[in-house]
Design a protein around this ligand. Structure first.
Ligand SMILES: [Zn+2]
Length: 322
């Protein structure tokens, strides 16, 4: 099937109490690892491309790799989505260039400016059969070249969501309930430690999510910054010459709970990076004489596939839903 929009996917996910995985793609091995897992698990999927990915890999290469995945994975619906579109022009370029979904992120701007820019993107996108994700509230963390400190982040104000969605006509809404971009989502000072001395992050604000959902019944909600930063990847990186002390993510049981509620799209990027880096670091340590990129990219691609399979089955619950 050709690329699809997320409209049907989100409706089924909302009603079925699961979420669709939105995985960031930057190169061929990542595209293959994600889509092979989804094809095997019969899971619908959103492949998303950030501004940084377009700068790194080039729009045309990304589009063609995703088109190849569509051909290789005929049994699953695939959405091609722009992650964190900064302005109308970037969104327009992606809509014109074959994306089926775009995010316009003006969440750091005043409410009325966010409404105005989002509305402009929605009008253009809908006229071209493309859907739009918008954002209210500000996540902490690092995303490409944008860095937001914990002090400058803010939870979504539930009392704003109805007006925002009505005025903009957006199709889904990313909200801030305590998730964060990057592999260092919280400082050790924000966390507590369990009996093993492992950092435990502050819980997500499910009260904010519930309040939003009450005001927007049936409306798909999106969580950004939702990698779990699995311990085994961080440990492997540190055991093989890496230096990532106190990297910390969102506990998977919290994400599973969110997926059962109104959250229909969960963004995962850092866990892909960690899976690849951990695998390659270990490989280099064990095979110092190897120099063929295929030798170490093959297990790295497999690690992405295994990690995504785990998310589909144990976190998102979207396996078998294609
Ligand atoms: Zn994000």
């Amino acid at each position: 099937m050709p690329l699809v929009t997320s409209t049907e996917m989100f409706k089924k996910a909302y009603d079925g109490g699961y979420a669709i995985g939105a995985f960031n793609v930057n190169n061929m091995e990542i595209v293959q690892g994600i889509t092979e897992a989804c094809q095997e698990q019969k899971a619908p999927v959103i492949l998303q491309v950030s501004k940084g990915a377009r700068a790194y890999a080039n729009h045309t290469y990304l589009i063609k790799m995703v088109e190849a995945a569509v051909i290789e994975c005929p049994d699953i619906p695939i959405v091609l989505h722009l992650d964190h579109g900064p302005d109308f022009e970037t969104c327009k370029a992606c809509i014109d260039g074959g994306f089926t979904s775009v995010m316009i992120d003006c969440s750091s701007r005043p409410f009325d400016e966010n409404v105005a820019e989002t509305k402009k993107v929605v009008e253009y996108a809908h006229a071209h059969g493309v859907v739009v994700e918008a954002e209210l509230g500000t996540l902490a963390g690092v995303e490409d070249d944008v860095q937001v400190s914990a002090e400058d982040s803010s939870y979504t104000h539930p009392e704003e969501v109805e007006e925002f969605v009505t005025r903009t006509g957006c199709d889904s809404l990313a909200i801030a309930i305590g998730t964060s971009h990057g592999a260092y989502k919280f400082t050790p000072e924000q966390c507590t430690r369990n009996e093993q001395g492992i950092l435990v992050p502050p819980p997500l604000r499910f009260d904010v999510l519930e309040e939003v959902s009450k005001r927007l019944p049936g409306f798909p909600i999106v969580l950004h910054g939702s990698s779990s930063v699995p311990r085994q990847f961080v440990d492997k990186i540190n055991a093989h010459g890496g230096k990532m002390p106190d990297a910390i993510g969102i506990p998977e049981d919290e994400l599973r709970h969110a997926a059962q509620l109104s959250v229909c799209k969960i963004n995962i990027d850092s866990d892909i990076r960690l899976a690849i880096t951990a695998t390659i670091r270990e490989y280099f340590d064990e095979h110092p004489d190897h120099f063929d990129p295929r030798q170490y990219l093959k297990p790295a691609r497999q690690a992405v596939k295994d990690m995504v399979t785990h998310k589909l089955v144990n976190v998102l619950g979207c396996n078998g839903k294609a």
